[in-house]
Design a binder for this molecule. Sequence first.
Ligand code: ZN
Length: 93
Amino acid sequence: MEYKTIFKCRLCGECYEGGCTGSENIAFSAAISVCLGVPSKDPQAPCMTEVHSCKDGGIGVADFQGFRKVEKKSRSNRKGITHLCKELRQIYR
Ligand SMILES: [Zn+2]
């Protein structure tokens, strides 16, 4: 499980991800710190606003939206293994 920082640009409207943490407690305390305006000791902690380089060349201001909970994708290599097995079968015929 990961908690990804989400920002939304006021100018272009783009929502994008910032940093992430695997700890719900760290995400929760970081979100509280942002809301209370308390500077965090963690240099990777999000700020309430940040500058966004918009795709159209504009320079926007993005707001911290919160932490999105995301399931970690399994790094299954099943397709690769299946492909390898087919190759081996052809070699050993
Ligand atoms: Zn933007």
